[in-house]
Design a protein around this ligand. Sequence first.
Ligand code: GAR
Length: 205
Amino acid sequence: PARLAILLSGRGSNMLALAREVRAGVLQGLAEVAVVFSNIPEAPGLAAAAELGFATASIDSRGRKRSEFDAEVVAKLQEFQPDYIVLAGYMRILSPTFIRAFAGRILNIHPADTHQHQGLHAYEWAWENRLPETKITVHLVDEGLDTGPVLAQAPVDLRGAQSLADVERRGLAVEHRFYADTLARLIRGELHPQTPASTATALPQ
Ligand code: GAR
């Protein structure tokens, strides 16, 4: 099975969903959790991973220079020999050192269409603009903020949403299924990431 290093900074609901699919779902036999890592030692998601019996590691990023911090993280992750780095609410921009160490093997989930919205607060953006639909994007990570080649997108129906909490609930329900499904397809060799150019021509005008 492919070895996953799951990186998170907070709650860890996507990590828990992936763990569930690894143990008895679409990722069973395809992937295993090599380590769950956090840049925030007290992240609730890290404690949840330890409770599930996964190997965990953390290095506090606060007050650290990005390149030095990332070099340390790369060394730590390499101890676990991951095939894929799976960002799951990991709220850090990765340095070139990190990207090069795992080139083409770093995935992220972003709770919006990355062509329309990048960075934090994607659900707030969808709610404040009263979008009838938003998209969840799983993409490969490059050196930009949410700019890497898209692997797959899934729609979230927001019609009739009553609050930001409602938008988040609907979006997370999609995220939790979609991240594992997309990872399974990638591992099986069924996905071919779009280059930025082909993505642009595929977008509706
Ligand atoms: C998720 O909604 C994820 O898509 C988002 O943070 C949340 C983490 O929740 N990521 C980003 O906004 C990345 N730009 P979780 O810790 O419960 O998985």
